[in-house]
Structure formats: C-alpha cells, structure tokens
Design a protein around this ligand. Sequence first.
Ligand code: C2E
Ligand code: CA
Ligand code: CA
Ligand code: CA
Length: 278
Amino acid sequence: GAKKRLAVALLYDPALDSSSAQTLSLLGDLRRAVEQGELRLYLQPKVALQRGAGAAAEALLRWQHPQRGLVPPMEFIPFAEQTGFVRQLTLWVFEQVAMLLAQSLARTADLHISVNLSTRDLLDPELSLRLGAILERYQVSAGSFCLEITESAIMDDPQRAEAMLNRLAQQGFKLSIDDFGTGYSSLAYLKRLPVNELKIDKSFVLGMQSGGGDAQIVRSTIDLAHNLGLTVVAEGVEDAALMERLRAMACDEAQGYHISRPLPAEQFLGWHAGPGAA
Ligand code: C2E
Ligand code: CA
Ligand code: CA
Ligand code: CA
C-alpha cells in the first residue's frame, strides 16, 4: 500500500544533485536507510505553561544505523540538505506523523504535532501538493500539524518563503518560526508572515541563568510574540527553575529535557496518555 509507493518514490528521485563519489555513497547510505526502515520517528512533548493549551509534540528524526547505532540528525540532515535528499526525509517524517495521528485521533481529540521543514522544502514547488496527498491518504487534517521553519531558512529567500508560507497557511497548516532570534528577520517582515508561533532558540533559554542579556532577549521575544498575536514556545527548558521563570514571564509553552527527552513514537503515546498509561 502506501508504504510501498513512498519507498518507490524515494529510490528514483531524478532531481537529486549527485556529483562526487563520496556524496553518492553517503546518499546511497541514506537511501538504504529509508528503504530498509532504519529511520526512527522520535517525539518530544511540548507542555502548556499557562492554562488552556492542548497536547503537542515535535517530531525529531533519528537514524538507527546498523554499525553506528542511533545517529543524531545533525550528522546527516545538513548533508541531506546539500543534496536535496532532505525533501524525501521530510516526506517520510510527515507520513509517519500522519499515520500516528490517524491511529491516535480515535483515542485523543486534540493532539498537535510539529514537523520541521528545511530550506530545500521551502523551495520545492510540489511541497504543498505532496503534503496534501499524504493528508488525503490518512484522512487527517492539516490543522493537526504545525510546520516549523527556521528563521534563517526564511531569510534565505524571503519572497519565495513568504509565497510558500501563504500557500501552506491557506492549506490549513499551523506555522512556527523555529530558532527565533538567530536569523536576523526584521519586525516589519515578521508581521507579514502568516505564522502562529515563535519558538525561542534554546541558546537564549539555556543562557537565561547566566546573566549575559539572554533573559532580556527571551522577555522581549515573548512580548513581541504576544503583541503580534502569536503563541510563544521556549525550547531547551532543562530545569524546574527555568520553567517557573518562563511561566512567570507569560511564555505559553515549554519544551525541553526537564519535561521529557525526545521519545520513540510508541513511548510518546504512553507519555501522552498520562501517568499510569505508559
Ligand atoms: P531543532 O528543530 O531546533 O530541534 C530541537 C533540538 O533541541 C532537538 O535536537 C532536541 O532534542 C534538542 N533539545 C530538546 N530539549 C532540549 C534541552 O532541554 N536541552 C538541549 N540542550 N537540547 C534540547 P535533535 O533532535 O538532535 O535535532 C537537532 C536538529 O536537527 C533540529 O533542531 C532540527 O534542526 C534538525 N532536525 C531534527 N529532525 C528533523 C527533521 O525531521 N527534519 C529536518 N529538516 N530537520 C530535523
Ligand atoms: Ca524545530
Ligand atoms: Ca529550534
Ligand atoms: Ca535548532
């Protein structure tokens, strides 16, 4: 069925830029990873700091390599980004999340999952169509997804990014600007984008305790988000004191090791179902 069709699409993508032999071999490894089912979907919970928000998580990719063990995304996403293969990875993650939502919607009404998009995805004219086809196949709604786009990916080609974000927003996806504060976007520009959420980069959150101005950046970002009518999420929340400080600053949501590490998808469903259910 669906799984087989996806695998075929992954094996024969003529659009891939494959120059050197080394690139080809790494690319071969990654293709094999998809084909042999070596990719793993992890989910990291996001929790509400104020009342009223529903359950949510971010999808994070891992590669269970037969020799190297569990490979973190920073060891293959940048390469996949260079070659364009990352678009296949995005579709894999998106499809896994769609499958999971289709399974869990029967049990939980209000689960939202964030999926990371890469710079390459923003340049893919077929993206919206491909995502739409997956939604259709699993009968899940775009509104259950939040698409995270880094501020620097947007600023790479702001006009194209804006057009793409408008299209995805019209399709019903929630949109989030990831790693906010690291990509030099202007406020005037930010105001025009159809986004729902700002995600404060973890470097600022982790730096809040050390008094070098990061706490002020976090506070201003929270105010900015609220003034623009956006939800604001802090990532990299590693301890209880930090979480309480963010709550007092009116930050809406938190994500980080203090709440939970990224979990294998099956384990997340147990976490999500609450204590006693896991
Ligand atoms: P990101 O999107 O900013 O994801 C957040 C990263 O912070 C994750 O690293 C997460 O495990 C880590 N993290 C979460 N809580 C804490 C904390 O309390 N302290 C610290 N120090 N770190 C925390 P991870 O999973 O290694 O992913 C790294 C990056 O790889 C992601 O950064 C994202 O840019 C990229 N990535 C991961 N999965 C995907 C994917 O499916 N597609 C794309 N395009 N990129 C992905
Ligand atoms: Ca992210
Ligand atoms: Ca981030
Ligand atoms: Ca990041």
